[in-house]
Design a protein around this ligand. Sequence first.
Ligand SMILES: *Cc1c(COP(=O)(O)O)cnc(C)c1O
Length: 350
Amino acid sequence: MKVNILTTKKSKLSAVDLSNLGFCKYYSDHMFIANYEGGEWKDFRITPFEDMKLSPACTTLHYGQTIFEGLKAYKNADNEILIFRAQKNAQRFNKSADRMCMPSLPEDIFINSINELLKVDIDWVPKEKDSSLYIRPFMFAQDPYIGIKPAEKYIFMIICGMAGGYYSEPVNVKIETKYTRAVSGGVGYAKTAANYAAALYPAVISQGEGYHQLIWTDGIKHEYVEESGTMNLFFVIDGKLLTPPLGDTVLDGVTRDSVISLCESLGINLEIRKISVKEIISSIEDGSLTEAFGTGTAATIAPIKMIGYKLKKYKIPEVPNSLALKILDKLNDIKYGLGEDIFNWVHKLM
Ligand SMILES: *Cc1c(COP(=O)(O)O)cnc(C)c1O
């Protein structure tokens, strides 16, 4: 794979406030681009991060044929760059592409593209505690065509933004009983724009009610929980860790998958099964529900401190030595190269 590289004349790195990285407040100096035309991927290149030119008729702007991924690179104590589970993201990218009638991108191209971009922007992987470089690969239809059909031309790009090391403050979430994120047969399992656009309206309503996020329930009867915002969901009930099964309405999170594998290796009792709203509420009431948290690449683990359901607010008490923190520590050890990578999840940038 030949990559043409045009580097920037003026790096923006010196303008970064390393003590306040936030999340993707600072984009790295460069971006990766490839074009899909005539049935093949071509013109692999790295250029300065800049605005792009698109036709106003670009089909993505009208019909949303677009997908994305999110993963992170970390700096270890020897200043080496470690990238977490990129292959899993490559596979999911192609699952999303398939659902949206978009061309697949070979896994090795996906991973090499990230590697090549990170080599150019290597200084953008921060070293502050718990910080990382968030990597955002995405693909969108390029055809200047008003009409609904799969496009013929696509663009694949990668941009990167710094992510600060923040502890996710426990959040308030509302169990959604009116709006729906995903229904069986839909696109809920794909990381495609439509899912996020459709979620904005109910999310904004819940924010007006004092919640940070929603807990999505099944689209038929709103009886079973599925995800929380853009994170997968876990509960500890009677000392057992529970998470809903995947199916086609739940996004197959890399963090979720990592938590499941870790639990198996740590001997933590875990069950993957449908969890009803009724079970959650009654378990909070009788005290058997001791933890609830979301998992995703951005925050890794976000503990939940309150669940709202039908105008009632149910507090989840903070427990010492939570399973959530234990798992978070183990995961971070692997990501930052502090603990043994028993699952071979991390690859080093060479
Ligand atoms: C990205 C995403 C997740 C989390 O996936 P990770 O691979 O763990 O980052 C969960 N749910 C939705 C809807 C998502 O878009």
